[in-house]
Design a protein around this ligand. Structure first.
Ligand SMILES: Nc1ncnc2c1ncn2[C@@H]1O[C@H](COP(=O)(O)OP(=O)(O)OP(=O)(O)O)[C@@H](O)[C@H]1O
Ligand SMILES: [Mg+2]
Length: 226
């Protein structure tokens, strides 16, 4: 896939330790054909920096462009302008779970573990950790088509974390979680942070504010550090 191209790199360079640096990201969605062509400018120069050992929040109104920005950061979407530099391994939890209806939780973890190059021992440990920390081991042999929304969200999150990546980008990962799972989520992400990972989490809840080391507000297509 083509890398986003550099353009001017406003806002200065990246720090030598940073795991992700994004500068001047712009994105306009274009739909339809002339004369009914419509365009919607979503990002108008967004910047992000992620350092090892921090949990960073990305907040903004519905439709402000949070998911668009995260898709660009992971390389899922090409920006019209701007630069993204990443270092280390990456885990991405999309807002809408991308799961196979006919496969079980265990089969998903096996598939993703193999894709990330985990050996049998590593996969066993990773699977056990995800089942235990998110409390869904009883669904190991359940097909996705029979799972509740919350269990799907646990599996979706597990697939982003199974290879213990340096950089974790999570798009509203706990939208469907009950209170106990929500607490478990913060224990799990906190321990990854303490081991040196960097996490960017899209969130809506003001109540989460004290859980983040830093927060970016996405306003009018730009990121503003709170
Ligand atoms: N593929 C697309 N084509 C055209 N417009 C799109 C596309 N994806 C998103 N949009 C529009 O871009 C804007 C930003 O969408 P995005 O999903 O990034 O917002 P968001 O901040 O993640 O919202 P939410 O809080 O609801 O998840 C919205 O107005 C949306 O309708
Ligand atoms: Mg979104």
């Amino acid at each position: 896939m083509a890398e986003p191209r550099e353009e001017g790199a406003p806002g200065g360079g990246s720090s030598p330790t940073s795991l992700l640096t994004a500068r001047g990201l712009r994105k306009t969605y274009r739909r339809g054909m002339w004369p009914r062509r419509r365009s919607l400018s979503v990002l108008e120069g967004a910047d992000i920096d992620l350092e090892p050992g921090e949990i960073v929040g990305l907040v903004g109104e519905n439709g402000s462009g949070k998911s668009t920005l995260m898709k660009i950061l992971v390389g899922d979407l090409i920006p019209d302008a701007g630069l993204v530099q990443r270092r280390g391994s990456l885990g991405y939890c999309p807002q809408v779970p991308v799961l196979y209806e006919r496969l079980t939780a265990g089969e998903h973890l096996e598939l993703f573990g193999a894709a990330y190059g985990l050996d049998e021992g590593e996969l066993g440990r990773a699977r056990h950790e995800m089942y235990d920390r998110l409390d869904f081991g009883r669904f190991a042999d359940t097909r996705v088509e029979e799972m509740s929304g919350g269990t799907r969200s646990k599996l979706n999150l597990s697939l982003a974390m199974v290879h213990d990546p340096d950089l974790l980008l999570l798009d509203e990962p706990y939208a469907g979680f009950d209170w106990d799972t929500y607490q478990r989520f913060w224990d799990l992400t906190g321990s990854r942070r303490d081991r040196g990972a960097s996490l960017l989490i899209i969130s809506h809840f003001i109540a989460d504010e004290e859980r983040f080391d830093r927060i970016y507000d996405l306003v009018d297509g730009r990121t503003v550090l709170r």
